[in-house]
Ligand binder design. Structure first.
Ligand code: PPS
Length: 572
């Protein structure tokens, strides 16, 4: 099959500059929806033609068709639902036919939408059909059930302005800008490489080969919108790509950043990526092993087969309008000092095959170990080391939880002093009482107020952790769900070490250091944890400290040993 390049512009959803100015003023009076980060990515690609032929967020009929058989109501191939999910309170207050303003997170109006459809989706069906399993281990299924609103709105979009980006502005192109660029350079064949990871030597070899095979120019087209949780952040990745770009012949290779919110939907996602690249004026698209793979399901198995994406793509290739360049897994053959496709090595029993997996790379970065030159470029490794310093140099949070009077504050203080004695990282103590005085002085002890208090502590601790410091928190934090939410926030930027100070309520009451238990028993303090209010005992904390007959210094030392075992402090 040969794809003829069609570099005529793709339709966009923007109105003219003059109309946009007028519409923006009028839209200020409309009911507005504050877009989520994922919706902003989707809207950008809807408006600039990246999601052509879609004209807005999907109607219920389009959604049903896409979920069931990858087709919109009028028969276009489209594998991924593009829906505007909202909460039911917002949805119920609307009337069908009403225009709403779509705002970014700063409140800037990006577009208006005429609401033609409103429905409560069957999320379990969407998960099964689109992502292959109703399993929260899949990041998009987890998003669907735990982040997305319960109601979907659909309707055509009128674009006012693109979302604003302050980073790497010169590297971002709309589909029509890329088409114009290819036209200008006379690039009739362009092979696109989709990526959400830093480029190492294997990727470079693979893209080189793909371009050679297709006798095409090369577009490195990394995703900078939303990728898989836990991926290397896009700032670091783009700096890595820029370093690698120097190794490509500049006359035949370019790079552009794509503000796509990935779903990690494997085969369906590959087809979607192909449609998006066709819209960006490319003629060929690289689909490798486990394209857009979400990792393991909750039974520890892969969601999709390693080449399912290639199979589905091949089936729909003509309709997508872009030719697949399929690639197998590339490995390094030491004797020949080169990369080769793993399944084409005839003498594999006689040669040494080297490969470093993503997990192994992360381990080496975390432990500050060597990353060989055959694997990656020194410039890339040095960028990665800057953002992923060894664990012993990263920030982390120690989160004490336990009853009032259990000894949390005292042990936390001792731990702080020991960490300060070691030096190297700033240490901040967010003790329950200190926080209540400074951050949460208006709060009481209802569940709602306690949760708010803990979320505030979590927020401050995550900022400290992100910036390389050590946060020690010591609130009661009686609710397991709130502790888990804080853990999830913090684990995005560093380690979270939960310490259960397991002093029994009887012992706390016997000690009654502040005289509060007596008041609680007399009913003079209401909602007192352990007496008249619940405490969820941590099921799986990193450490559980028994304080009865153990002195404070020893308790703090147990925490230090745990931190050392976790690699968070260098060996003593
Ligand atoms: S929470 O639940 O995590 O928000 O609590 P926290 O911010 O750690 O505050 C607990 C301290 O407030 C005092 N105090 C109470 N504790 C529990 N229940 C009630 N009703 C209550 N009223 C006041 C108590 O001294 C706690 O101090 P610590 O440091 O835990 O001994």
């Amino acid at each position: 099959m040969s794809m003829s390049p069609n570099l005529a512009p793709v339709p966009e959803l923007f109105v003219s500059h003059e109309s946009a100015l007028k519409l923006k003023v009028e839209a200020a009076d409309l009911v507005s929806w504050d877009l989520t980060p994922r919706q902003i990515c989707d809207l950008e690609l809807l408006m600039n033609g990246g999601f052509n032929p879609l004209k807005g967020f999907m109607s219920e009929a389009d959604y049903d068709g896409v979920v069931e058989n990858m087709r919109t109501a009028d028969g276009h191939l489209w594998p991924i639902p593009i829906t505007l999910d909202v909460n039911s309170a917002f949805a119920e207050a609307l009337e069908i036919g009403q225009d709403i303003a779509l705002r970014d997170q700063e409140g800037v109006i990006l577009a208006t939408m005429t609401v033609t459809d409103r429905w409560a989706p069957d999320k379990a069906r969407e998960a099964e059909k689109v992502f292959g399993a109703d399993d929260d281990a899949h990041p998009a299924v987890n998003y669907l059930h735990n982040t997305a609103g319960e109601i979907y709105l659909g309707g055509p979009v009128t674009g006012i302005q693109q979302p604003v980006h302050y980073d790497f502005r010169g590297r971002r192109d709309t589909p029509n800008e890329l088409r114009a660029y290819f036209r200008k350079l006379g690039w009739r064949k362009v092979v696109a490489f989709q990526t959400r990871n830093p480029l190492h030597r294997a990727h470079q070899e693979l893209t080189f080969r793909a371009a050679r095979e297709a006798q095409a120019n090369l577009l490195i087209h990394p995703v900078v919108g939303m990728t898989k949780p836990g991926d290397v952040d896009h700032f670091t990745r783009v700096r890595c790509y820029e370093a690698v770009l120097d190794k490509y012949p500049s006359a035949t290779t370019t790079m552009s950043l794509l503000n796509l919110a990935m779903r990690m939907a494997g085969p369906r996602e590959a087809v979607w990526h192909g449609l998006i690249r066709r819209n960006h004026g490319c003629t060929h698209f690289i689909v490798g092993r486990d394209h857009a793979g979400p990792g393991k399901n909750s039974a520890g198995e892969d969601f999709y087969g390693p080449y399912d994406a290639q199979d589905l793509f091949r089936e729909h290739q003509d309709e997508i309008g872009i030719e697949m360049v399929d690639f197998k897994h590339m490995v390094y053959v030491q004797e020949r000092a080169q990369y080769e496709p793993a399944d084409e090595i005839a003498d594999k029993d006689d040669v040494t095959i080297l490969n470093i997996s993503g997990t192994e790379l992360r381990r080496r970065l975390a432990e500050g170990l060597e990353i060989p030159e055959w694997f990656s470029f020194p410039e890339v490794v040095s960028e990665l080391r800057k953002t992923r310093p060894p664990r012993a140099q990263q920030g982390f949070t120690v989160f004490f939880t336990g009853f009032s009077g259990s000894g949390k504050s005292t042990i936390a203080n001792a731990l702080m002093v020991k960490l300060m004695e070691m030096g190297g990282r700033p240490v901040t103590l967010l003790d329950g009482d200190i926080v209540r005085k400074n951050l949460s002085s208006e709060l009481g002890f209802s569940k709602e107020h306690r949760d708010l208090n803990i979320r505030r502590i979590g927020f401050v601790a995550s900022e400290i952790t992100k910036n390389g410091g050590i946060a020690i928190c010591a609130p009661i934090a009686p609710y397991a769900t709130t502790r888990r939410a804080v853990r999830e926030d913090i684990e995005q930027c560093g380690a979270f070490v939960e310490v259960h100070v397991a002093t029994s309520i009887e012992e706390c009451e016997r000690r009654d250091r502040k005289g509060l238990y007596k008041l609680a028993r007399e009913g003079k303090i209401k909602e007192f944890t352990g007496i008249s209010d619940p405490y969820d005992v941590p099921v799986n904390p990193e450490i559980r400290l028994e304080t009865e007959n153990v002195d404070v210094d020893n308790c703090a030392h147990q925490v230090i040993l745990k931190l050392e075992q976790l690699g968070l402090i260098a060996g003593m």
